[in-house]
Write a new protein. Structure first.
Lengths: 250, 113
């Protein structure tokens, strides 16, 4: 009788098993190496006793323990890695939120007279109280929009994110590309926001000592922002590299 | 089959004791314990490794990656000086429990060698 089953590829099965375990921050590269070595010894022994490759693989993997159990036990000895993983996601979260906030603020600010805030600033509103309310309102709206978008992505698209992360974590090239896109996405809105801020102050055409103070503050804030963004991005990239590429043991 | 708690408590003395026979790697350690216990001590195999790493951090054992006879790399563990000392303490404690239970059950006292 002809077999309809696809031939079993032992190395591929082992690689898949390893990749699956490697998703967790609890296991570093050396742990995975050692477990793989164990699995191969176990499979060889079972095959020696007359089992086929796929039978041996299934039994050896089962004896090694479930992903959940291994993650839990290795997590205890690799606690720093687990916490660094949490820190990484916090950083990503902060920056995703900043990114969205930047986008919505940019929409509200506009670049010139179109934006609501610019209208307020250019005295198209009846008075300072209205201008203040308008600014507060648009800022809060920006926060609300950013939060709602983040909420929507996390509640509705989490499956897509998980699938994507799984593909990502086994492909170093894809990780590098994602990191690159991440840097651009975080930096561009920040720089744009900074730039509109500067234009805005310039449009006001303030001169004299007060004008200089306001210009100085704007540039100073812009510089601090840039340094802060660079520091956050660098830290995120370092943690991401450690998490997905080098998988260093703590 | 041993109770889960007893398996957990006996892992370290078992590892230390097997390593007095000479250096060894994880899979062979598990096989040795299975063989000596007649299959009654059954570890979830992957769970041994976090214990080994903890023991290494506590400097009870030392490890080294080396190529095995099959050409694959394996991590070999051996007993350290602290490990030998820890084993002496462990042995004393396990024998105390054993002796006490043996007396209560009117069994012959264990040999203390």
């Amino acid at each position: 009788m002809e077999s309809t089953r696809t031939p079993f590829d032992l190395n591929q099965a082992i690689q898949h098993w390893r990749d699956q375990l490697g998703q967790s921050p609890a296991l570093c590269r050396e742990n995975l190496d050692e477990l793989e070595s164990h699995l191969r010894d176990s499979i060889a022994n079972l095959q020696h006793r007359g089992l086929s490759a796929d039978e041996a693989f299934l039994i050896a993997a089962r004896r090694a323990g479930s992903d959940a159990a291994l993650n839990r036990e290795f997590g205890k000895i690799n606690a720093p890695n687990v916490w660094m993983d949490r820190a990484l996601w916090m950083l990503v979260g902060v920056q995703a939120f900043n990114l969205l906030l930047g986008l919505f603020n940019a929409l509200a600010n506009g670049t010139g007279v179109l934006g609501i805030k610019s209208l307020a600033a250019l005295n198209f509103t009846p008075g300072p109280v209205y201008a203040g309310l308008l600014i507060a309102g648009t800022n809060l709206l920006g926060y609300a929009c950013a939060l709602l978008t983040l909420w929507w992505v996390l509640s509705r698209k989490s499956q897509n994110i998980s699938d994507w992360m799984q593909q990502l974590s086994t492909n170093p090239r894809r990780i590098s590309i994602t990191m690159g896109i991440f840097v651009v996405m975080v930096l561009v809105p920040r720089v744009a926001q900074m730039y509109t801020g500067i234009i805005w102050v310039r449009l006001g055409a303030l001169s004299g000592p007060q004008g200089h103070v306001i210009m100085g503050m704007t540039y100073g804030m812009a510089a601090a922002w840039l340094v802060e963004s660079a520091a956050l991005i660098t830290l995120t990239l370092l943690l991401a590299r450690r998490r997905w590429m080098t998988k260093t043991c703590a | 089959m041993l109770a889960k708690e007893l398996v957990a408590a006996s892992t370290i003395p078992l590892v230390l004791s097997v390593l007095t026979e000479g250096e060894n790697y994880g899979y062979a350690l598990i096989q040795r314990v299975r063989e000596l216990s007649g299959g009654k001590i059954e570890w979830t195999e992957g769970m041994l490794y976090p214990v080994l790493h903890w023991m290494e951090k506590e400097e009870l054992i030392e490890s080294e990656w080396r190529e095995s006879e099959t050409g694959r790399k394996r991590k070999y563990y051996r007993l350290s000086k602290d490990g030998r000392k820890a084993l002496r303490d462990e042995k004393q404690q396990w024998l105390t429990v054993h002796e006490t239970l043996a007396k209560l059950w009117n069994l012959p006292a264990p040999r203390l060698t």
